[in-house]
Design a protein. Structure first.
Length: 87
């Protein structure tokens, strides 16, 4: 039996200073979700996509001050637990 898998796609649209009404935001969200579903179905095998969940959040923040992170390879040193007795 295969293990179910979940693919998560995050889209973030940076908006300008213009006032945008809720109807246009909802339409843009629905268009983005529809495009993502069609693109995924076009690449995956028939029947691979069983369920699609989506959500939209609205975040007020200064876009210029958002943190950006770079992928780096980190080697974590294993620490010995001092509280455990040695065998």
């Amino acid at each position: 039996m295969s293990t179910p898998k979940v693919m998560t796609v995050t889209l973030e649209f940076e908006m300008g200073d213009r006032k945008i009404h809720a109807a246009r935001i909802k339409a843009a969200y629905e268009a983005a979700v529809s495009a993502a579903i069609e693109a995924a179905k076009g690449e995956l095998l028939d029947g691979s996509v069983t369920t699609v969940r989506s959500r939209m959040t609205w975040d007020y923040r200064w876009a210029e001050t958002s943190a950006q992170y770079t992928d780096v390879d980190v080697e974590w040193a294993e620490e010995e637990d001092e509280d455990e007795p040695e065998a």
